[in-house]
Design a protein around this ligand. Sequence first.
Ligand code: DP6
Length: 337
Amino acid sequence: MTTPTNQKITATAHTNIALVKYWGKADQSLIIPQTDSLSLTLKAFYTTTSVVFDPRLSSDTITFDGVLASHDDQEKMSRFLDLVRAQADVSLRAAVTTVNHVPVAAGLASSASGYAALAAAASRAAGLNLSRHDLSRLARRGSGSASRSVFGGFAAWHRGTDDATSYAYPIDEQPDWDLGVMAVVLDQTTKKISSRTGMQRSVATSPFYPAWIEANEQDFDAIQVAIKAHDIESLGQITEHNALRMHALTLSAEPGFTYFNGATLAAIELVQQTRQELGGRYYFTIDAGPNVKIIGLRTDLETQLLPRMQAHFGAANVLLTAAGPGVTIQADNPTGK
Ligand code: DP6
């Protein structure tokens, strides 16, 4: 039995972009993936969440950016808090406040930073002192990609076979080379098909799914060699074909669908064209939405791609960032008063 701290605990976690993607579960309720995956945690986009377990509350109260969460979000997060309560043997309800720090032109808010921050703040507020390994397992139960946001820089998620063996771990938390990531915001509306639904349909109906598993395993091994060697070209090529193959699973599902819109294709083309013309090293990837992210050498991104992207999509919609840190926890009121 653990004693809740009665303190408000605040945690910060950053979003990540998957370079070798997670797209499909082997177990829906425990969130065990079909494959390993690997991502880069980003500096500029993060979520800060505070949690306090309060004897005066009769139900969990959850706010996002000062606004009470929707019924669905409330239920989902309460179920997640139930996992924390069960682990800590605590029955109190919690007040949760979440603030998303996503630069002006949002559209990049993510469940990855959200559940990583919630897992860290809630577990500590409930009196648990989890290792980062166990924190990644807990965050995974909220959203698979959140497991990787526990760590900074390059992080991997080992698929495992059950709750104990499916966890994230660091690959290189502070990459000491000139890496940059550009985010191009093309649409800020919520996606029509959630990643949860989209991946489930892909696993169930795409005839390409078995090939994806095989190709993904090769990408997962090869990208680690590229990261170790600081080989941006190889890292970038793997990133691009991995993303396109993931999106081939949505197109080949029944019924088929896509997260791309016209602007997504225009952005891909502009990356390819600029690269061909100027010889820069930058490579695109796309998650479960239309926005395009580009990983590359920071200098090449800044001097070659940034001006063209800004001219095409508007300066406010193009954001440049770098590798970011893992989850951090701050006790707001260390004296407990
Ligand atoms: C395309 O982690 O959002 O971003 O586990 O169902 O919450 P759930 O899915 P989620 O899926 C992320 C999919 C992706 C690829 C990735 O991050 O690896």
